[in-house]
Design a protein around this ligand. Structure first.
Ligand code: ADP
Length: 495
């Protein structure tokens, strides 16, 4: 096992990884930008080293600086978390050159799976169903028009190097095709430095269902079953659950087998996820994420496997602690991504100081948080501040516990997605498990109506409990702030 692991990330995921290190009795090293000096993870780690300038390029994406720190601090491995350098093959090469283990799959696999066209081609060869579409990049409009006609509208134009929901455009008719291709090419070039785009069939109301993979260096590959991630805004996940409400033993077995087959075919090692779109009884490979995912805790809750610990163990050369037969799905788990965003202003990021903070607790609650009271959320990075996860013996119990936990969770000073989540988990379509990737758009009015009720309740709750979590002199100011948010929110409600 490693002696020391450097965590090349920040926020909640940095703490999550450091917790796994602590459980394995491995020392952890934090790297932090000037904006993260006072962050929880920075001070949680056994050692911390500055990265300087807060700009991501100069801090968490700065390969040279991070490798230098790893060498100086004598870390034997680096965990990249998700985002930043997690799927950067260049980083893997630099680690190797310096005799440092990168906790993740090989650079070759990252390369292949990082490209949507290549990964689809490989999966097709492996016998995994893929969405109908072009097998190489398209640039000339005649070919594109012919392809789109063959597939049948609607189609989706996608950047091959795309990620994070960026570089995708749905096209309903031929007239829009040229513009969609040109704009996606330009977005792709700006964001990913590669303007290659391709076309595939646009599935109108699919569910996003993904499977967690774990694999070691000995060639053992297992899957940890499914997660439903259909609740998205701007193609980004907001609330996830495990298992999927539509999962049956037969479907899990089939999709699980396909997942293991895919991972074996590419010689995968470490933790990863195969994402599928599920439509009308069929499932199609969407992409593979060659890293630990934000939503991994819900799988940990229902399988009782510590995914990050396994990831670190296999990177150190150990065999997986589990075989497929050891894996069973028990109960139900839900995760709400708590973002410092204003749900009333198109989810615009809302960084700033958290003036009052109170975490939920009690049976079935897990909070993976990167923040605390009086912490100032910097404006430079992702707006996710914590993940609230609940577990229940069944879906209904997990939902009721989420309702309780969201109710107990107080974050004041910045706007968050908490009221939005509260409205989702009361939504009749959510309760009946009637989900697809358009859930938020389709239920928008109902969600916003419900949010108004929710915010009234919040205000009442904060008033009732305020003396237990904040100094008396702050109370008046906070009540005014919450009151004005409520008024503002009411005004902004979409008509
Ligand atoms: P990214 O890598 O940017 O996250 P993905 O390929 O994983 O992009 O797709 C993200 C989301 O976009 C999916 O969960 C789904 O909601 C939507 N999407 C992608 N491809 C299609 C498609 N062919 N049909 C319908 N929706 C799609």
């Amino acid at each position: 096992m490693f002696d020391k692991v450097l965590v090349a990330n920040r926020g909640e995921i940095a703490i999550r990884i450091m917790r796994a290190c602590r459980d394995l009795e491995v020392k952890s090293v934090a790297v932090y930008s000037d904006a993260d000096k006072a962050s929880l993870y920075t001070n949680y780690a056994d050692e911390k080293y500055p990265l300087g300038n807060p700009s991501p390029q100069q801090s968490y994406l700065n390969i040279e600086k991070i490798i230098d720190i790893a060498v100086d601090s004598k870390a034997d491995a680096i965990h990249p978390g998700y985002g930043f350098l997690a799927e950067n093959p260049e980083f893997g090469k630099e680690c190797e050159k310096n005799g440092i283990t990168l906790i993740g799959p090989s650079g070759d696999v990252i390369n292949k799976m990082g490209d949507k066209i290549t990964s689809k081609q490989i999966m097709k060869k492996a016998g995994v169903p893929v969405i109908e579409g072009t097998e190489k990049g398209v640039s000339d409009i005649d070919t594109a028009t012919k392809i789109a006609e063959d597939i049948g509208y609607p189609v989706i134009v996608k950047a091959s190097a795309g990620g994070g929901g960026i570089g995708m455009r749905t096209v309903y008719e031929e007239d829009e095709l040229i513009r969609a291709i040109e704009s996606t090419q330009s977005v792709a070039k700006t964001n990913f430095g590669d303007s290659t785009v391709f076309i595939e069939k646009y599935l109108e109301k699919p569910r996003h269902i993904e499977f967690q993979v774990l694999a070691d260096e000995e060639g053992n590959v297992i899957h940890l079953a499914d997660r439903e991630c259909s609740i998205q805004r701007r193609h980004q996940k907001l609330l996830e659950e495990a298992p999927s409400p539509i999962m049956t033993d037969e479907l899990r077995e089939e999709m699980g087998e396909s997942t293991v087959k895919a991972a074996e075919y590419i010689g995968y090692t470490s933790a990863g996820t195969i994402e599928y779109l599920y439509d009308n009884g069929n499932y199609y490979f969407l992409e593979m994420n060659t890293r630990v995912q934000v939503e991994h805790p819900i799988t940990e809750m229902v399988t009782n496997v510590d995914i990050v610990k396994e990831q670190i163990k296999v990177a150190s050369g150990k065999e997986l602690s589990y075989s497929q037969n050891d894996i069973t799905v028990k109960g139900h788990a839900i995760e709400c991504r708590i973002n410092a965003e204003d749900p009333f202003a198109e989810f615009a990021p809302n960084p700033g100081k958290i003036t009052a903070y109170r975490s939920p607790g009690g049976p079935g609650i897990r909070l993976d948080s990167g923040v605390y009271a009086n912490y100032t959320i910097p404006p430079f990075y992702d707006s996710m501040i914590s993940k609230l996860i609940t577990y229940g013996n069944n879906r209904n119990e997990a939902i009721l516990r989420m309702k309780r936990a969201l109710g107990e969770y107080i974050v004041l000073g910045v706007k968050t997605t908490i009221p939005f989540h509260k409205a989702i988990i009361r939504n009749p379509n959510f309760l009946s498990g009637d989900l697809n990737t358009h859930f938020i758009d389709d239920n928008k009015n109902k969600i916003y109506e419900e949010m108004e009720v929710v915010i009234e309740e919040d205000l009442e709750y904060v008033n009732r409990l305020k003396s237990t979590f904040m100094p008396a002199k702050k109370i008046a100011a906070i009540s005014t702030a919450v009151g004005s948010y409520l008024n503002e929110a009411k005004k902004k409600q979409p008509k």
